[in-house]
Design a protein around this ligand. Structure first.
Ligand SMILES: *Cc1c(COP(=O)(O)O)cnc(C)c1O
Length: 368
């Protein structure tokens, strides 16, 4: 038995009739850009997250970049970002001409905390971008309170956390703006590239709609500068089908996480992910930590179990951002040497998860 890390075809096959019907509907409509499928998905996703507006855009990086842009962030501004994230969080800041300021994860967790952000503030800080990494919600209420008291713009990078929450609130409802990616492998994935920005602010939503479509509110009227970053009708139609399954898919992810937690507990040298009090994870990834990471990954690979490393370096470990590397060694450096993402997703059967657990146990018995 192979245990694939991800199986997008299986997800398609499971609901092929509904996806095929959505595709047919768009093809028969003859309308492929900025039509009723997009506005329908935007309304449904805004409602799901508890926001007034969702604006579909081309991908997650564009969602972040356009959120910063309409918030007025630009050259001379500092934006607080996690050291440990996917590079897109930093690239969006850099593409706006602003300066990313890294914050290390909170001790024992993967996300940044409000206290960590507070310690990194300077007179030039204008915005904070927490990432709900691996599907674990960062402390939205504490970050909102801090940003409100300091006059900072809070922008969520919610690319990995569709359906996650904190207390009674869902990811996508915190701060001024929330950026989502619907890259195929995310919890809510399209069949190609897509993204969205959510906000409660009518003026920001209007500015985003202009920005994504050449600064144009009406055809060939260009009152402002803009770009081309739209979410296609066919992707919106598929996303509408997939959104209706999101809670069920996330419940299956939570079941996988519960099995891992139950059957991998107590192995010396293996650290399981912790969930902060108040946080309801969407389990985008199940990330364990061990200083035998490479040997464990090779062992599992030989058993047909696919794993990945998210991520091999903090963002300042990559050449384009090397100038931002603090000295000496950081918490992110240590995390990046130890993390291993086990197979996770709605495609996994209980017997596949048990196979992974047995293999991990065997490995640690043989390498005490
Ligand atoms: C996937 C991801 C993005 C970027 O999304 P794309 O749609 O690939 O551009 C941004 N931030 C995080 C944390 C991500 O995981």
């Amino acid at each position: 038995m192979r245990v694939p890390f991800l199986d997008l075809q299986a997800l398609y096959r499971e609901d092929a009739t509904a996806y095929d019907a959505a595709y047919r509907r768009v093809m028969d409509s003859g309308r492929w850009i900025l039509g009723p499928e997009l506005s329908g998905f935007e309304a449904a996703f805004a409602r799901y997250c508890g926001r007034r507006h969702a604006v579909g855009v081309g991908n997650g990086l564009e969602a972040l970049r356009l959120a910063l842009l309409v918030a007025g962030i630009g050259p001379g501004d500092e934006v607080i970002v996690p050291a440990h994230t996917f590079i897109a969080t930093w690239l969006a800041v850099q593409q706006c001409g602003a300066t990313p300021v890294p914050v290390e994860p909170e001790e024992g967790y993967f996300n940044i905390s409000a206290e960590g952000v507070r310690a990194a503030l300077s007179p030039r800080t204008r915005a904070v971008i927490p990432v709900h990494l691996y599907g674990h919600c960062a402390d939205g209420p504490a970050l909102e309170a801090l940003c409100a008291s300091q006059g900072l713009v809070l922008i969520e990078d919610a690319a990995q956390a569709q359906g996650a929450g904190w207390g009674e609130r869902r990811v996508g409802s915190f701060g001024a703006l929330s950026a989502f990616s619907f890259y195929p492998g995310k919890n809510l994935g399209a069949f190609g590239d897509a993204g969205a920005v959510l906000t409660d602010d009518d003026a920001l939503a209007h500015a985003l709609r202009l920005q994504r479509n050449y600064g144009s509110s009406q055809r060939y009227a260009h009152d402002s500068l803009g770009t081309n970053s739209r979410l296609d009708e066919v992707q919106a139609a598929w996303l509408t089908v997939r959104l209706a399954k999101l809670d069920a898919h996330n419940a299956r992810r939570a079941r996988v996480a519960a099995l891992y937690a139950q059957h991998l507990a107590g192995i010396p040298g293996l650290h399981l992910p912790r969930t902060a009090p108040g946080s309801q994870p969407a389990w985008h990834l199940y990330v364990v930590q061990t200083d035998k990471r490479q040997a464990l990954q090779q062992y599992l690979q030989a058993q047909g179990i696919e794993t990945l490393v998210h991520y091999p370096q903090p963002v300042y470990g990559f050449a384009p951002f090397a100038a931002y590397r603090p000295t000496p060694r950081t918490r992110s450096d240590a995390i990046c040497e130890q993390v291993l993402s086990l197979p996770m997703g709605p495609h996994l059967s209980e017997s596949q998860v048990m196979l992974v657990c047995e293999a991990v146990r065997h490995f640690f018995e043989a390498h005490p």
